[in-house]
Design a protein around this ligand. Structure first.
Ligand SMILES: Cc1cc2nc3c(=O)[nH]c(=O)nc-3n(C[C@H](O)[C@H](O)[C@H](O)COP(=O)(O)OP(=O)(O)OC[C@H]3O[C@@H](n4cnc5c(N)ncnc54)[C@H](O)[C@@H]3O)c2cc1C
Length: 490
């Protein structure tokens, strides 16, 4: 269904459920509800996944640091989810990744505490083949070649997984649309209307003109905007979430490829990650209280300095030199309203049912998004029987064979992003690289606009391809994407 048809459907139909916000949580809610046979509308103020769900650390993990917070239930649930996403739901987008944790002399943790933590972490996980353990300091560079070994006594070793977060959202939105949901991006909900004490319609400010979308049930999955959307239902609603900013950097990698990621333990229960991701080095993240407009969140020079400074505990200066930075991004965690440092706040989702029946949800983990989506739906009688299954998302089928005409690294990239649907991308014109420095090809831009709802050049370079995170979305590339795809010039 194209955008004009979707707008017409949103205008004319009455839906069982309207989901406000298409990050990973809202998309999964729409997917599960549509698969139940419900008539579902999913609308987002910006692009699908453009907020927190594309600004994460990209880890599908049990959450080693939640062990320290004593949250065994969250760790266990997250491990189960990681296994399902890896093995069945999105094997193309979620891949296993080993981690090395150096234990330095004078660091915040003793080797025995790390060993005990890794043992428990592995016991809660499904990685029976690779139990978490200590390895000798001189073995750590086998996994992370440039890791700083001076002062290292031991290193912990464990398995987790990583993903491409915004593509995971897109696969979920695609699944929802194929199950019958009407999905619309770049269209904020700006007002809610009630009838007989229940919400009955939402005003959606689409760029093509305002529309009123009628529905029986409303779910607010607006992430950091959760309280703003709750105030559309009840102007006096007291907040349910506090926000904390997390910043990441991508850097041009230096030296031989890494076989593992690096976890550096910091004081106060925080960790810093250095992760090989999409051919880049991803560093992060910070954890600082944030107040104000979530749409205005940005990366400051102080944030960059903090990320680099914390990474320098485990990595030499040449690997994390400022001139290697190719992209920087900030995201906002929505956390339960507790006092104290945001880094110590529980990571579980917050949920509330409003006076006019809207269910609001925010926070939690990318890793546990399927469980959160189901718990939200259970708050509505109509969806009490929803049980999430392990069916593969679009692209989660068997990987296709490489056509002889496509270079191996390009094909590996396409199969990672599109999985079993990579042949649909290569069926389009433009198999040349967009930029010689990366594996994205022009056909991906055409596919993004024709089949993945991209409306702007940013939608293409930031979330549907890896051009921006590799620092390859140059002004020339942006202009050429606009020209080829008939998008507004950047
Ligand atoms: C720095 C950082 C690192 C993280 N790392 C990890 C990690 O490695 N692993 C992990 O499992 N989790 C991680 N998380 C947590 C994870 O990213 C979030 O839990 C998850 O992305 C939240 O998704 P969401 O759908 O609730 O919110 P969002 O992705 O923010 O989606 C909310 C959507 O609502 C839309 N919206 C807002 N207002 C309106 C409106 N009025 N009308 C329509 N739409 C609206 C927004 O445009 C947005 O797209 C991290 C979070 C942060 C901030």
């Amino acid at each position: 269904m194209n955008r004009a048809e979707t707008l017409e459907r949103l205008r004319s139909q009455r839906f069982d459920l309207l989901v406000v916000g298409a990050g990973i949580i809202g998309s999964r809610i729409a997917y599960e509800a549509a698969r139940e046979g419900a008539q579902v509308a999913l609308v987002d103020a910006g692009d699908f996944g453009a907020a927190t769900s594309s600004a994460s650390s990209k880890l599908i993990h049990g959450g080693l640091r939640y062990l320290e917070m004593g949250d065994l239930k969250l760790v266990r649930e997250a491990h189960l989810e990681r296994r399902a996403l890896l093995d069945r739901v999105a094997p193309h987008l979620v891949r296993p990744l080993p981690f090395v944790v150096p234990v330095y002399r004078g660091g915040p943790h003793r080797a025995s505490a790390i060993a005990a933590g890794l043992f428990l972490y592995s016991a809660l996980s499904g990685f029976r083949r690779s139990r978490g353990r200590l390895i000798a300091a001189d073995r750590a560079p086998d996994w992370v070649p440039p890791v700083r070994t001076s002062g290292m006594r031991w290193a912990g070793f464990y398995m987790d997984a990583q993903t491409h977060d915004s593509r995971l959202v897109l696969a979920t939105v695609t699944g929802a649309a194929r199950a019958g949901a009407a999905v619309l991006n770049h269209s904020p909900v700006v007002a809610l209307e009630a009838l007989d004490g229940r919400l009955a319609a939402a005003e959606v400010a689409a760029p093509e003109g305002a529309i009123s979308v009628r529905a029986d049930h409303f779910i607010n999955a607006a992430g950091p905007w959760v309280d703003a959307v709750r105030r559309l239902e009840d102007p006096a609603a007291a907040p349910i979430a506090r926000l904390s900013k997390g910043v990441h950097l991508t850097l041009e990698p230096l030296g031989p490829p890494w076989a593992a990621a690096l976890t550096v333990m910091l004081s106060g229960g925080r960790v810093s990650f250095a992760v090989p991701w999409e051919g880049m080095l991803l560093l992060g993240t910070t954890d600082t209280d944030y107040e104000g407009d979530p749409g205005a969140v940005s990366v400051t020079e102080a944030d960059v300095a903090e990320v680099l400074d914390e990474a320098s505990i485990g990595l030499p200066p040449e690997v994390i030199a400022r001139d290697r930075i190719r992209y920087r991004f900030a995201g906002l965690r929505a956390l339960p309203l507790t006092g104290g440092a945001s880094s110590a706040a529980p990571r579980e989702e917050v949920m509330r049912v409003g006076p006019l029946g809207m269910v609001s949800v925010a926070g939690g983990k990318l890793t546990t998004h399927r469980r959160i989506a189901t718990k939200v739906l259970w708050r509505l009688d109509r969806f009490r029987s929803v049980r999430f299954g392990d069916e593969p998302l679009p692209g989660g089928g068997p990987p296709p064979a490489r056509p002889a005409s496509i270079e191996p690294d390009v094909w590996e990239h396409l199969v990672h992003l599109y999985g079993s649907e990579a042949p649909d991308v290569v069926a389009r014109d433009g198999l040349e690289r967009v930029h010689p420095g990366g594996p994205d090809v022009w056909a991906q831009a055409a596919h993004a606009v024709a089949s993945e709802w991209a409306l702007t050049v940013d939608d293409v370079v930031r979330r549907r391809t890896t051009l921006e995170i590799r620092g390859l979305a140059t002004p020339e590339v942006r202009r050429e994407i606009a020209r080829r795809c008939n998008l507004a010039p950047p």
